[in-house]
Design a protein around this ligand. Structure first.
Ligand code: NDP
Length: 332
């Protein structure tokens, strides 16, 4: 058997954490042969609740779970971590302005970036889930001196999975028949889910959904807004934000990052731009990527139609505005 992989999860007592931790401990994220050691990080006020989650993990008697530790100190939680899932973040509360939100999270992700650099394994892979996820990832990567920025990412896999599911449902096929979907931009309502290169059972997706002319029918009128607004629709229906699906997306993101995207397709992941597709260098932006062994490559050479190009530009403008707000606070 292999040595246990150490996985640190922040915001462990939150609702995503509650759905995520059993999936990791069951082997869904790193495979059925890899034991995991979990480190649950919470703020002091939620520490007792995290202890309760750890008790439930014990009670699941997972064969792959090599240990669970709970704490409120980032240095301890990140010590030797191979994977860090930064789920916890400060939610926007009533009367809070955007800049207050960025300031509150800026402080958290500055400290966590430093703690990762000082304590995590040099080869750690980091996934930021807590919002504003892309910008929080940028802050953490910037303050993690010595750790490669390529090893930081933000989660857009839930948006990607939503897009795949909507397309499959429309086409009346299983999700496994869908390939080549991309989510571009920020993990926010400005993201652009793009079917331009997608296929359904090998046929071009726009043709299959009866919308071959760029951006006029089902794609622009129904699909794009449905994916962009899906989070709000879940809150409306459930009375709480998506948790099981967000957790499942984290599992997919990390599994594919390490074990590889399937042959002949790609996934979406927010990573540090090297200027690909005209996205300014250094922004953490969602791209189409292939992955394997903890590395990623942006899929080159995709043709963006006018709607996709405009959507990406709008989302990139939002990412630039967030980066400016963070700079103005002296956090970059
Ligand atoms: P959730 O577990 O529901 O969500 C956690 C974060 O994930 C939020 O920022 C949320 O953003 C974000 N998120 C990103 N993508 C999605 C998505 N697609 N769907 C839903 N959420 C998404 O939040 P809870 O409030 O239940 O739990 C957060 C926990 O984090 C709390 O227990 C808190 O104590 C802890 N925390 C820990 C910190 C630390 O360890 N240092 C720091 C701050 C908080 P959004 O708010 O926009 O929905």
């Amino acid at each position: 058997t292999t040595a246990p992989v150490t996985v640190a999860v922040t915001g462990a007592a939150g609702q995503i954490g509650y759905s995520l931790l059993p999936r990791i401990a069951s082997g869904a994220m790193l495979g059925p042969d890899t034991p995991v050691r979990l480190r649950l990080l919470e703020v002091p006020a939620a520490r007792a609740a995290a202890e309760g989650v750890a008790m439930e993990l014990d009670d699941c008697a997972f064969g792959l779970l090599a240990g669970v530790e709970v704490g409120d100190d980032a240095a301890t939680a990140f010590e030797g971590a191979d994977v860090a899932l930064l789920v916890g973040s400060r939610p926007r509360t009533r009367g809070m302005e955007r800049k207050d939100l960025i300031a509150a999270n800026g402080a958290i992700f500055t400290a966590q970036g430093r703690a990762l650099a000082d304590h995590a394994d040099d080869d750690v892979r980091v996934v930021v889930v807590g919002n504003p996820a892309n910008t929080n990832a940028l802050i953490a990567a910037t303050h993690a001196a010595g750790l490669p920025a390529r090893h930081f990412s933000a989660l857009t896999r839930l948006d990607h999975n939503r897009a795949v599911a909507q397309l499959a449902r429309r086409a009346g096929v299983p999700v496994t028949a869908v390939r080549g979907v991309t989510v571009w931009g920020n993990h926010s309502a400005t993201q652009y889910p793009d079917l331009g290169a997608a296929t359904v059972a090998g046929r071009p997706a726009p043709e299959v959904v009866g919308d071959p002319s760029e951006g006029t029918g089902w794609v622009a009128g129904t699909f794009v807004p449905a994916v962009q607004q899906r989070g709000a629709a879940i809150i409306e229906a459930r009375g709480a934000s998506s948790a099981a699906s967000a957790a499942s997306a984290v599992v997919d993101h990390v599994r594919d990052w390490f074990l590889g995207t399937p042959e002949g397709t790609w996934t979406s992941m927010a990573v540090v731009s090297d200027g690909a597709y005209g996205v300014p260098e250094g922004l953490v932006c969602s791209f189409p990527v292939t992955t394997r062994g903890g590395e990623w490559e942006v899929v080159p050479g995709l043709r963006l139609d006018a709607a996709a190009r405009a959507g990406l530009e709008r989302s990139v403008a939002e990412l630039e505005a967030e980066r400016e707000a963070v700079r103005a606070l002296g956090l970059l």
